[in-house]
Design a protein around this ligand. Structure first.
Ligand code: HEC
Ligand code: HEC
Length: 471
């Protein structure tokens, strides 16, 4: 039997541990990543350039389930690295139900002329977008409406989380947590997600422009590229009689971002089958499908297209719809919904080309990976708090009933702690060790008066003192 040697196991373990550790004195590189020279579109605002510290904070926020009301949903719950930061589910599950649209891939969000975000472009900037899911009742739940806690409650909650002291201080100079700082950090992280190691990029970097045949492409892929790039020639009835498929008219190479002024593409039904002509944005067409053939989720805002063939079929023959006044003029030549009349060969060539737009690095690179351990803890090296322990504060703990007569229960601990009952002179009357569950103490023997319940959590210097009144 082949045995794995101890040093090999050690090296393997330390690699795994490294990827889960954030070293504040040796940050990952987000600010100066390699960007190919043919990539020119950018939407970074001058007041929020990406820094290593800002993006590192953004990474922790992106993966932190504490950003949701019940600590179960992080941004990454719906934007999964292994699927190009999208979700293979048609709609994604939040704290109170599911989303109304399919989760968008977050690939090269920084490299576009368009500065607005979401399928319907309702967020004016990426910064503005980042806290909208947190304030959405069904996604993360801090809406401040109809009984939901508000954003101020989230800020209070994060204030008590030790690792954010270090991370906000490093990113912004002091430990203050504000919505604006969260937006800036999250946007820096999202903007840092980039994918430029595709077959397309290899070909593009060897060629003077997009129009030339790429030396690393098959004939079919080059044919697909030409079809993607070239505008169609239409007859008066809106039927293609020459030219290409016109995709680049809206999904411009080499970023494959959406043209800022584009209107909808004729996909106008919501996941619930209602009419919605407002979708005018698409994420970059890069990384639609992984190089191993796995689709990174169904396509379009309603997730109606389950493979690339369905996409081509849609554009090949756009369905007439008198309701849809928002169909982009490029897709209704001479007033008719376009008919591309693509041959089978052209259809497969287009699909082959779309498949060249995927890389591999973005799916596994640790700089965009989950920094939390499976148990929800995070290791920050060279900060003031080396290892995080959940910090318990007085507001987490409840005594009831209070006033009490024969017994009272202490709840909200959720961690091991020593509970001491003292009188006002500081004399110890009772002591129990709790392992995180509610703890009930009998006090029927004690005289009426004021007592102190002192909670000591291991690794937490400050003791928590609550006042108890015995009737
Ligand atoms: C419950 C699932 C869910 C959660 C949680 C979630 N998102 Fe999303 N995200 C979506 C969906 C669905 C869309 C598309 C919504 C739309 O356009 O109406 C989206 C869209 C986006 C976009 C727009 C991309 C583009 O190209 O326009 C960004 C950026 C984004 N999310 C970032 C985040 C961040 C940052 C967080 C955490 C603060 C987050 N999301 C949390 C589901 C989610
Ligand atoms: C008039 C502008 C326009 C043209 C031309 C166009 N598209 Fe699109 N495309 C869009 C818009 C807008 C969306 C988002 C629509 C939606 O989700 O309903 C989109 C979405 C897509 C998507 C889904 C992206 C995702 O993340 O789910 C694919 C794939 C796509 N287009 C491929 C193509 C191809 C291939 C062509 C050429 C045959 C093409 N498009 C031509 C505007 C256009």
């Amino acid at each position: 039997m082949k045995r794995i040697s101890a040093p090999v196991v050690l090296v393997f373990l330390s690699i795994v541990l490294m990827s889960l550790t954030i070293d504040l004195q040796n940050l990952d590189n987000y600010a100066n990543q390699f960007i190919p020279d043919y990539i020119l579109k950018q939407n970074t605002p001058p007041n929020n350039p990406t820094t290593d510290a800002g993006a590192t904070l953004g990474r922790v926020l992106f993966y932190d389930k504490k950003l949701s009301v019940n600590n179960t949903i992080a941004c990454a719950s719906c934007h999964k690295q292994e699927f190009a930061f999208s979700d293979t589910s048609l709609v994604s599950t939040g704290v109170n139900g599911v989303t109304g649209r399919h989760a968008m891939r977050l690939i090269n969000p920084r490299f576009s002329v368009e500065r607005r975000f979401f399928w319907d472009e309702r967020a004016n900037t990426l910064e503005e977008q980042t806290t909208m899911p947190i304030q959405d009742h069904s996604e993360m739940g801090y809406s401040g409406q109809n009984g939901d806690p508000g954003f101020a409650d989230l800020l209070d909650k994060l204030d008590k989380v030790p690792y954010y002291n270090d991370l906000f201080k490093l990113a912004f100079g002091d430990t203050m947590i504000t919505e604006n700082r969260m937006q800036r950090a999250l946007a820096q992280f999202v903007r840092s997600i980039q994918s430029f190691d595709s077959k397309y990029d290899a070909g593009r970097s060897m060629s003077l422009n997009d129009q030339m045949p790429f030396p690393n492409f098959t004939q079919q892929e080059n044919m697909g590229k030409n079809l993607f790039l070239a505008p169609p020639v239409f007859n008066p009835m809106g039927e293609r009689v020459g030219g290409g498929a016109g995709c680049a008219g809206c999904h411009g190479a080499p970023e494959f971002d959406i043209a800022p002024n584009s209107q909808n593409n004729g996909v106008t039904l919501t996941v619930n089958g209602e009419f919605d002509p407002t979708v005018t944005r698409s994420p970059s067409l890069r990384d639609l499908i992984r190089t191993d053939g796995v689709l990174n989720g169904p396509m379009m805002h309603n997730g109606v297209m389950k493979d690339l063939g369905m996409v081509i079929d849609h554009y090949n023959d756009i369905m007439p719809d008198v309701m849809n006044q928002n169909l982009d003029p490029k897709l209704r030549p001479n007033g008719f919904p376009q008919k591309l009349n693509l041959t089978n060969q052209e259809r497969t060539a287009l699909i082959a080309f779309l498949r060249t737009l995927s890389g591999t690095d973005v799916y596994t690179n640790p700089i965009w990976s989950n920094p939390f351990d499976p148990d929800g803890s995070i290791t920050i090296l060279n900060g003031t708090t080396a290892i995080d322990e959940p910090q318990i504060t007085a507001s987490d703990i409840r005594l009831f009933p209070n006033p009490a007569s024969s017994s009272f229960t202490l709840s909200g601990l959720e961690t091991e702690a020593q509970i001491s009952l003292m009188n006002t002179k500081g004399q110890l009357l009772q002591q129990v060790t709790s392992n995180g569950y509610d703890e009930t103490l009998i006090i029927s023997d004690l005289p009426a008066g004021v007592y102190m319940v002192v909670v000591q959590v291991p690794n937490q210097q400050e003791r928590i003192i609550k006042k108890l009144i015995k009737q």
